[in-house]
Every structure is written in structure tokens, then in C-alpha cells.
Design a protein around this ligand. Structure first.
Ligand code: FE2
Length: 328
């Protein structure tokens, strides 16, 4: 069976899928089980509707790549109960049409009952996002910001909104003036983060589009007793790292940078699995971005190598953050 087709059948509860899953005698459509401890992480999917805006943009592979990645996740059994997008839905300007493409790509997951948690990247626009995902406003924990929290049996994930508003117009319409590359969080979001982390009693992971250093939240994350990981996108290359509060101190927070779900750099997604004593983030790299203009030509050896360089890499986040007993 064609794998994409199979993904569609499971998502739509088709009879063929029902038989394949051994549920043919049931009148109910086949429903894949959801694993509450498993999440699929996507970032930088950079969808682009060239019919509406910027038709001469030549790098539109992302429109095909992102649905292929979703289809691969849809073949997991059980399915992840949650899928998270770490921002940069849009190619560049946050046009509403780009968000609609992203929503269409995610639809097999939502049709299967997978819950979405979303946040903004520097190429996004909050007003356009809200028109495509209107129900999301009820989940925003900080007014005017796409900040949300998802709980699993073993840990919580807090998603911050690091989109730097243009000219202070938080919900302004997208323009073709380009967007800020750098990220930030405002005073209200920082206050909410500090209060939330100070009262947390179970393992917490924090996610956002930008690096913690750039947003200026390293002290908050390192000092919080139950923050065990910070996961972000923006750079389009899988990487692991850590945050610390000084070279003489032992207290650190493990970090991971996600691949891109469509355009430039490492192409892929990551699976985040939580356990009672740790969490693991494993990257699935399906490709390394290749300019469409070069598609018909042989790939240089280094590019072929890069296409699988990070596939299967894993970061482990132990829930082990004692007081800073090595402080110098
Ligand atoms: Fe990006």
C-alpha cells in the first residue's frame, strides 16, 4: 500500500485501514491509539501560497515536504497524543494563506485526534494565525501572546511566544516589509514565566522559536528547580547544547535545536517521549535542503552526507537538577 495513501486512510477512518488494523468486525471507524507520553515536534515548516503572494518565490518544496513529514508521523503506532509546531509557519511575511497551507498539512493529525500546540516564529503574524486557528485564543495563557501549556502524564511543556512585533503592533496585519529575525518576550510574558516556573512541582520543558540566550531567559530557566529542558527551532539545524548560570556552577539545562519541517538546513522532525525519570528527544532527518534549481543534478558528496548526518540523534533530559552543590 502506498504509504501516503495509508496515512490518509487511517486519518479518515477508511474501511481498508480498519481491516488492516484488525478492527474489521467493528462498525466504528478505525481509530489509532494515542500515546499520551509521545509528542511529535515540527518547526520552521515555512509554507508558501504563491497564488496569493510572491508568486516568483522559487523555493516551494516546503509545501510538499511538510505533508510528507506529517504522513510519516501518521504511520506511527501508537500515534503521539500531541503534535507541536515551534513557529515559522510562513515563508517570510506571515500571510494568512501560508497558515492555511500549514493547517491543511496538519489535518491528518487533527483528524486522528492528535492535539496541536502551536507558537509563533519570527516569520509569523499573530493576527493571521488567529484567523486560521480561532479556537487557539482560549488557550493563550498570556493576553495577546501565543503562550500555551500541554501536560503529559510525566511532564509539562510550556510554549513561549518569541515573535518580536513590528512597530509595536502586536496583532498587526502582515506586510511585505519583511520581519524581524531576532526574538524577544515582553515584560508580561516574562512575569508569567517566572511565576509559573516558581510554582511548578513536576518536570517542566520550555519551548519557543528562538534561543533562550537571545530571548534573555537563561537565568529563569536555570534557576527553576523543575525545568529540565529547553527546545527551540529557528536555526534549521539539529543540535544539542546546554544552558548554565556561570562556568563555576553545576546547574544546567539541556537544550536541543529542531530541524526544519520544510525549507533550508536539516529537514525532518523530532519525537519527544517522556518517562517517569527522564525525557528523550530523537530527531528524524529525512533530507538536507537542496535548492530546487539543482534538483535534476547530482548532489555533491558533502550534501549527500549531510542529508542523513543527524538522523537518529537523541538528547536525554534526566529529571535530575539538585541544588547547585558544585557551585564554586
Ligand atoms: Fe525558520
Amino acid at each position: 500500500m502506498d504509504l501516503t495513501r495509508r496515512g490518509f486512510l487511517v486519518g479518515s477512518g477508511g474501511l481498508a485501514a480498519a481491516g488492516a488494523l484488525g478492527a474489521a468486525r467493528s462498525d466504528k471507524p478505525a481509530v489509532a491509539a494515542l500515546d499520551p507520553n509521545l509528542m511529535a515536534f515540527f518547526s520552521d515548516v515555512h509554507q508558501h501560497d504563491g497564488k496569493a503572494h510572491w508568486p516568483d518565490w522559487p523555493y516551494t518544496q516546503a509545501n510538499a515536504v511538510f505533508p510528507e513529514l506529517v504522513a510519516e508521523v501518521m504511520r506511527l503506532r501508537p500515534l503521539p497524543a500531541n503534535a507541536v509546531v515551534f513557529g515559522d509557519f510562513s515563508t517570510s511575511f506571515g500571510w494568512e494563506e501560508d497558515f492555511r497551507l500549514a493547517a491543511a498539512a496538519l489535518k491528518p493529525l487533527t483528524d486522528a485526534g492528535v492535539a496541536l500546540t502551536l507558537t509563533m516564529g519570527n516569520h509569523d503574524n499573530r493576527a493571521a494565525f488567529m484567523r486560521v486557528f480561532p479556537d487557539y485564543s482560549a488557550r493563550c495563557l498570556v493576553p495577546g501572546r501565543i503562550v500555551s501549556k500541554v501536560s503529559t502524564p510525566n511532564a509539562d511543556l510550556i510554549m513561549l511566544d518569541t515573535l518580536k512585533s513590528r512597530d509595536g503592533k502586536d496583532w498587526a496585519e502582515p506586510t511585505d516589509e519583511g520581519s524581524h529575525v531576532e526574538g524577544t518576550i515582553d515584560a508580561a510574558q516574562r512575569k508569567w514565566l517566572r511565576e509559573t516556573l516558581s510554582s511548578a512541582t513536576r518536570p517542566v520543558f520550555v519551548g519557543a522559536h528562538h534561543r533562550a540566550q537571545e530571548v534573555g531567559i537563561v537565568p529563569e530557566l536555570v534557576a527553576a528547580p523543575t525545568v529540565y529542558g529547553y527546545i527551540f527551532g529557528h536555526e534549521h539545524i539539529w543540535a544539542d547544547g546546554f544552558l548554565h548560570d556561570g562556568y563555576a556552577n553545576s546547574r544546567t539545562v539541556q537544550t536541543a535545536t529542531l530541524p526544519s519541517g520544510g525549507f533550508w538546513g536539516d529537514i525532518g522532525y523530532a519525537l519527544f517521549r517522556t518517562f517517569p525519570d527522564r525525557a528523550e528527544l530523537t530527531v528524524r532527518q529525512t533530507d538536507f535542503w537542496f535548492n530546487r534549481r539543482w534538483m535534476e543534478k547530482p548532489r555533491p558528496k558533502n550534501w549527500r552526507e549531510r542529508a542523513r548526518m543527524h538522523d537518529g540523534n537523541k538528547v536525554v533530559f534526566w529529571y535530575d537538577k539538585p541544588s547547585n552543590f558544585y557551585r564554586g
